[in-house]
Write a new protein. Sequence first.
Length: 90
Amino acid sequence: MRLAIGELSAVEPDLIRFGWQAVTADTPDAGAELEVVWCPAVQRCEACGEDKRQRDAVWLPLCPDCGQLLQVAGGTELDVLQLTYLTESD
């Protein structure tokens, strides 16, 4: 299984991996792989036309260069991107 998890989704990838291992343990699916695709959020200043990076993991409400309000894009994903399974005949 392949999941997309966004930075702002309030979902911790390591906990999802741990849960996956716990649910599949001692089942025919034990050892099934879970791939997590991390989707970072981006702060963008429309006035400067640039993406602004977080400094010390602090979200900035205003552009450090021009003072305009920053727009947040992405980071809310929680999507199943791919699910592959095999039947007993495979």
